[in-house]
Design a protein around this ligand. Structure first.
Ligand code: ATP
Ligand code: MG
Ligand code: MG
Ligand code: MG
Length: 470
């Protein structure tokens, strides 16, 4: 089943069950506590918290999600991407566990035709009700496992709604890993759908993260997330999220640029996947208004771009890679996500500029890094010095994480504490320099004021003519 049909099957199913179709929110969330949208429920948070009454009690969406926390997993697990589409259904005080479970089961087994005996369920360790409902629907006890807080409990980390989760996992067979269910192997038994049961009200937590349950919620709610990329991998019999129709055209582009085929294993496999997968994330981030920067969202974007460039060089691609790779993302997904097509020129401009500037220093930085790795090994030390990591960041534009990754590939760590000290010292120096500049600016202001007093009034045009931000 193609990804377009996977999406429409999902949306049709839930709209036919009375859910309001809601478009994805942008990746830049309308929520100061969140860097980037990372789940379908983000945009509905005010409804779940009871801050705003929703205009509908059931909703369905396909949300663009970014999870940089999964960056190191790309190419190393089959199931993680830094950008993915999360399909979800939501109940705001309307239906609860019984219907959420019934919807998921019907859609997976009938809508998508997944074999029932390949589906494994996890429930929260105390949630007898969920286990009972899954068994009633036909799942044998042998394919239901109980997991703890870490995997199967949801809360926003603050007083408010919380509750157990139940997840549906698909058994990809012995070629993918160990027997024994999702509790044993998350690669063989891929988690595809998380059903969150917002059931309780929690109080303030302690330092360890323990919190009291104050009681049941009057309006119990449902939040679910089914990963399109993972489901596509299963339905298309693709090994991983980079070899589905969502990313194959981009993988093809990378193959053309290297002149070689995606090897499907080894270290080169990781590099092929990193370039392919990060190209999609950067295209979506730029389309939603993120620009490369030293911190925040801009740093996330920069890190993705520089990491992709470095892995392209590891594959031996010497010429530009990001413009072609992102162009293939736009061609492939621009119909479903029109913002990509609308921002195609900006995407090309940003990735081209970043690749040009990073390429200027990458080769020199890589030489410094390789020499430092050799020295560190020779001295039988396990950690690359903070000084090297700092110089790589400061002079050659290597994000710290990139240095850490290269060191790790060579079996080394990085003295990150020393790096942090050096960075802090540099910030202090910059601040001191900034103070001198401020004094200078104040002196100039006084001169301008004197001048202005002698001149006729001028009209302020600043609101119409803004200078470019640097
Ligand atoms: P995992 O344990 O495999 O890292 P998760 O528990 O972090 O997944 P959830 O937060 O429950 O995932 O998100 C809901 C669904 O979104 C998952 O069941 C999965 O289908 C999808 N998903 C989560 N993270 C990713 C990712 N990095 N790439 C692709 N799909 C993802
Ligand atoms: Mg995860
Ligand atoms: Mg999980
Ligand atoms: Mg989960």
């Amino acid at each position: 089943m193609r990804s377009t049909q996977i999406r429409s099957t999902f949306t049709d199913f839930f709209t036919s069950c009375g859910h309001q179709q809601v478009p994805s929110s942008p990746l830049i969330p309308d929520d100061p506590t969140l860097l980037l949208a990372n789940a379908g429920m983000n945009q509905f948070k005010p409804y779940f918290l009871g801050e705003t009454p929703p205009a509908f009690s059931r909703a369905t969406s396909i949300q663009k999600c970014a999870r940089t926390s999964d960056i190191d997993n790309v190419g190393r697990t089959n199931r993680h991407a830094t950008f993915f589409e999360m399909m979800g259904n939501f109940s705001f005080g309307d239906y609860f566990k019984e219907d959420a479970i019934a919807f998921a089961w019907e859609l997976l087994t009938q809508g998508y035709g997944l074999e029932k005996d390949k589906l494994w369920i996890t429930v929260y360790e105390d949630d007898d009700e969920a286990e009972h409902l899954w068994r009633r629907i036909g799942v044998p006890a042998s394919r239901i496992q109980r997991l703890g807080m870490e995997d199967n409990y949801w809360s926003m980390g603050v007083p408010g709604p919380c509750g157990p989760c139940s997840e549906v996992n698909y058994d990809r067979g012995p070629a993918f890993g160990k027997e024994g269910g999702p509790a044993v192997d998350g690669e063989r038994y891929v988690e595809i759908w998380n059903l969150v049961f917002m059931q309780f009200q929690r109080g303030e937590g302690d330092k360890k993260g323990n919190f009291p349950i104050l009681g049941e919620l009057a309006n119990k709610s449902i939040d679910t997330g089914l990963g399109l990329d993972r489901l596509a991998a299963i339905l298309q019999d693709a090994e991983n999220v980079c070899t589905t129709d969502l990313l194959l055209p981009t993988m093809d582009t990378v193959q053309n640029l290297t002149g070689r085929e995606y090897p499907g294993r080894g270290e080169e496999k990781v590099s092929f996947q990193v370039v392919t997968e990060h190209a999609r994330s950067m295209a979506f981030l730029i389309a939603d208004g993120v620009l490369p920067a030293k911190d925040g969202r801009g740093y996330v974007l920069r890190r993705l771009m520089r990491r992709a460039i470095r892995h392209a060089r590891l594959l031996g691609i010497t010429g530009p890679v990001l413009p072609a790779a992102t162009a293939s993302v736009i061609t492939n997904l621009g119909d479903v996500w029109p913002e990509l097509a609308a921002q195609a020129a900006l995407i090309e401009q940003v990735v081209t500029a970043e690749e040009e500037s990073f390429t200027r220093t990458l080769a020199q930085g890589t030489r410094l890094l390789d020499a430092a790795i050799t020295r560190t090994r020779e001295s039988r030390s396990a950690a690359l010095s903070g000084e090297t990591a700092f110089e790589l960041a400061d002079t050659f534009g290597f994000p710290l994480e990139l240095t850490v990754e290269a060191a790790r590939d060579a079996g080394l760590t990085v003295d990150e504490d020393r790096f942090a000290v050096l960075l802090e010292e540099q910030k202090k120096r910059a601040k001191a320099g900034g103070k001198a500049k401020t004094t200078e600016a104040l002196r100039k202001m006084a001169t301008y004021r004197e001048l202005a007093a002698q001149l006729p009034r001028t009209e302020f045009l600043g609101y119409d003519h803004l200078t470019a931000e640097t």
